[in-house]
Write a protein that binds this ligand. Structure first.
Ligand code: FES
Length: 571
């Protein structure tokens, strides 16, 4: 059997019978000539372009760049759409649909006659959703990201996606900013296609993808509208054809070491807390043992990147300062040998890197913050773990004891947070329930609940907030997230009452409800299960099968992979 006959796509286009006729003939309706079905690699371009996902609005053009590269290398590019998840547009939360996108990607790749796939994504959930789906099929796979938006501008200053929205909205509530100024900032913030240009979840995931060797170098930081991104798309198209020839499947790049490198890099860039949940879910698909303990025992890596929300610059500045290769060069002694889509070790990505602006990218010996990794907290309030991002928190609050003020659900919080008589002080610990994977459903980014208005007026800008929710990667504050098990499944967070004392000690990894065990048990026994709002469709499937945050909030039946060819023809 010749090598080309071993290609996956030959099971569709290589047959000289009725089935082959049908597969080829209908494709020829697009003007494809006979010779493109001679056994050359068929490359799927999996596109999350959508006008409802403005962050991914540039992907149509990038797909053209990929196609140029595929044709040049002797492959056949075929673009296909998958569900797109617009983080700022979808209700109740785009995270509810991450697993649905992954199913769309997985089944599309499996059902069609393609040999390799290019994933075009960018907005927060599109990158992990696409990779999760692709990992469950395991073809040669390469990522091309949307790239970040240009820096936001307001009154001559750079402003950052998300981060400055949270800041401005607090200033409006405090009476320090007018509504007119607020609207002007809204217009100046998002000036081009591309993803949030702070180190939010989208740029975090693109950075980790680059650091894991799943894309070409510089993929994370080149601005969406930079011509060099089109060049990168072209080169990625060329490379995926070579990857098919080399039989370099995704599983040969996605290894335990590449996940460990992602955890290390996430600390150095001050990456989003959401990366934890996405990496856990992706590892589950790739059948790699990864759990919260891997984040807990990760080495203490300093924060090197001076980007919002932990610092002051934006992705455009990061790109011009040297980007991910320059950061990886600084932490090279902590990076493990790992293969990449270039079929070369990851060191190849940063061998010639240099820092071009030392205020944006700090050196390992003179970092922005000495310790920056995400911390895992455990205790009787979070037996299966919770997450905090110390780099975005207030130092003094990282060891604290205070009385809880509890919101039973998001509606309770929204209705009461601005009450002038809310009995809270800057030492109060706000607790929000009902925002976990099953409870909301979809585990939204509401963990960074606003500071109560009475405290904003006193000048308070941060306090401890605890929830079973996530938070936007662009947000900041002393915020404990992903408390597991969540309230909706009877986790201890469900029985916290206003006035209970809570202890947090980040350096010791502790999160304790200082209520006697007998009282906790009594409350858990008398707890009432909240009524379910969703009784049909995908949301019902999700609620019935979603796992908790410490397992990546994937659907339990999607864990693992199935690399077999579809066994039956369609006709
Ligand atoms: Fe799409 Fe931030 S909203 S990347």
């Amino acid at each position: 059997m010749s090598k080309t006959n071993k290609r996956r796509s030959s099971n569709w286009y290589g047959k000289m019978d009725k089935d082959g006729f049908i597969h080829r003939s209908w494709m020829k309706s697009q003007g494809l000539p006979d010779h493109v079905f001679d056994g050359r690699p068929i490359i799927g371009i999996c596109n999350t372009w959508s006008e409802l996902t403005p962050c991914n609005a540039g992907l149509r053009k990038l797909a053209e760049g990929v196609k140029r590269g595929v044709w040049e290398a002797g492959g056949v590019p075929l673009e296909f759409p998958v569900m797109s998840l617009g983080e700022t547009q979808m209700k109740p939360t785009a995270m509810l649909f991450r697993n649905l996108l992954s199913m769309d990607v997985e089944e599309s790749i499996r059902a069609y006659g393609i040999d390799g796939v290019v994933l075009l994504g960018g907005c927060d959930k599109t990158t992990p959703g696409q990779l999760m789906g692709a990992a469950s099929v395991d073809l040669p796979t390469i990522v091309v990201s949307s790239g970040p938006m240009l820096n936001g501008k307001y009154k001559g200053q750079d402003i950052g996606s998300g981060t400055d929205v949270w800041r401005f909205s607090e200033e409006v509530r405090a009476g320090d900013m007018t509504l007119k100024e607020f609207m002007a900032a809204e217009t100046g913030m998002s000036r081009s296609s591309g993803v949030c240009m702070t180190m939010g979840t989208a740029s975090t995931m693109a950075s980790l993808v680059e650091g894991m060797g799943l894309s070409l170098p510089t993929n994370a930081t080149l601005p969406a509208v930079d011509a060099r991104r089109m060049t990168l798309a072209h080169l990625s198209g060329k490379r995926i054809v070579e990857m098919v020839e080399e039989e370099l499947n995704l599983s040969k790049v996605l290894t335990k070491e590449s996940f460990q490198n992602a955890i290390t890099l996430n600390s150095a860039i001050g990456g989003s807390t959401n990366s934890v949940i996405h990496l856990l879910a992706l590892a589950g698909r790739a059948e790699i043992e990864l759990n919260l303990a891997d984040f807990e025992k990760a080495e203490d890596i300093p924060l090197l990147v001076n980007l919002m929300p932990s610092g002051k610059y934006l992705m455009e500045d990061f790109c011009y300062a040297g980007g991910i290769p320059a950061v990886m060069d600084q932490i090279r002694s902590h990076i493990k040998p790992a293969n990449t889509i270039l079929n070369k070790d990851i060191t190849h990505y940063f061998d010639e890197a240099e820092i071009l602006n030392k205020d944006v990218i700090k050196t390992f010996n003179a970092p922005l913050k000495a310790s920056a990794g995400l911390k895992v907290l455990r205790g009787n309030l979070a037996p299966d773990g919770a997450i905090i991002k110390p780099a975005a928190a207030t130092e003094d609050l990282l060891k604290h004891e205070g009385l809880a003020y509890v919101f039973e659900d998001i509606e309770d919080m929204k209705a009461n947070i601005d009450r002038p008589d809310l009995p809270v002080t800057k030492n109060t610990i706000l607790v929000l329930k009902g925002c976990g994977p099953k409870g909301y459903p979809g585990m939204p980014e509401v963990g960074n609940m606003p500071i109560p208005k009475v405290l904003v007026e006193q000048g308070v800008r941060d306090m401890i907030r605890i929830s079973d929710a996530r938070m936007s990667g662009t947000a900041f504050g002393t915020i404990v997230l992903h408390v597991a098990p969540e309230a909706n499944v009877g986790g201890p967070i469900s029985i916290v009452e206003t006035g209970d004392r809570i202890q947090i000690n980040v350096s010791q990894g502790l999160l304790e409800l200082l209520v006697p065990e007998s009282e906790i048990e009594k409350r858990l026994k008398s707890r009432k299960q909240p009524k379910e709002n969703y009784t049909r469709g995908y949301a019902k499937l999700y609620i019935d099968n979603v796992m908790q945050a410490d397992k990546g909030a994937d659907l339990d039946f999607l864990v693992g992979k199935d690399t077999r060819l579809p066994s039956r023809e369609s006709h």
